[in-house]
Design a binder for this molecule. Structure first.
Ligand SMILES: Nc1ncnc2c1ncn2[C@@H]1O[C@H](COP(=O)(O)OP(=O)(O)OP(=O)(O)O)[C@@H](O)[C@H]1O
Length: 236
């Protein structure tokens, strides 16, 4: 199978307000994709639609599977741990992941714990914002899936750790898997991106290969992204 994701004419409304409409998005296997857009553009909503947490109109196939109930099985998403009480220790959250997700790789998680310097004996309430994000990244990447959705994974993480994680993300991504990363630090993630998807005007406004942007426009991804808001570069 070459496509890990196929969305056709997907739309989503909330309280009669259109959040996304006419979304067509196909992602091939083995890619790192940057999901960019302003605050409130709909990036998180798009990810929630893919995992099946949000229910919209249209068709979404993940690994060829259109049954929404199966999507969480194929997709590893940076869940925000809201379902756990503040008193829960990280190690208990890990046990929960082990139980719920048969694809959770305990050894890989231990490697990530060492890499990210996580103390799993701490309670969630004792974690700083950045440490909590690191736990979420470790839990998400410890699963062995075809599609990873990282929703602003680096918010709250210091710049040194951020650079360290970004530069080694390929090491954690299974070769055939595709990883979608939404982030506002465009310049930092740009070097690892194969493709860029831009959410604007309630839809997928542009979907380009990184090389295409560099070759066709002669500018970097960040400059291209900013130009869409300044009207400097026309898109297809
Ligand atoms: N629980 C909710 N109730 C009502 N509207 C919501 C809710 N969650 C999101 N929205 C609306 O959906 C739209 C898209 O929000 P979403 O969180 O997907 O954007 P985003 O691109 O991820 O933004 P950010 O970069 O700020 O995280 C926004 O207009 C937002 O106000």
């Amino acid at each position: 199978m070459t496509n890990v994701l196929a969305m056709e004419q997907v739309s989503y409304k909330r309280n009669l307000k259109t959040i996304l409409q006419g979304v067509d998005l196909t992602l091939a296997t083995g890619k790192i994709v940057g999901l960019l857009g302003e605050n409130g553009a709909g990036k998180t909503t798009l990810m929630r639609l893919i995992t099946g947490s949000a229910k919209g109109q249209g068709s979404i196939a993940v690994c060829g599977d259109t049954a929404m109930v199966q999507h969480k099985r194929h997709v590893s998403f940076t869940e925000q741990l809201r379902g756990f009480s503040a008193n829960t220790k990280v190690e208990r959250v890990v046990n929960f992941y082990r139980t719920v997700y048969p694809d959770f790789d305990g050894q890989r998680f231990e490697e990530l714990v060492t890499f990210l310097q996580i103390d799993t004996t701490l309670k969630l309430s004792a974690l700083s914002k950045g440490m909590k994000e690191k736990v979420i990244i470790a839990l998400t990447l410890a699963r062995q899936t075809q599609l990873y959705l990282l929703d602003e994974p680096f918010s709250g993480i210091d710049s040194i750790s951020r650079k360290k994680i970004i530069s080694s993300i390929l090491k954690w991504k299974p070769t055939d898997a595709t990883m979608v990363i939404s982030d506002h630090y465009v310049s930092e993630i740009a070097p690892i991106l194969d493709e860029v998807v831009i959410v604007k005007d309630q839809t997928i406004y542009a979907h380009k290969l990184s090389d295409e942007i560099r070759e066709d426009y002669g500018i970097g991804i960040e400059a291209y992204y900013e130009s869409l808001y300044e009207g400097g570069v026309s898109h297809d």
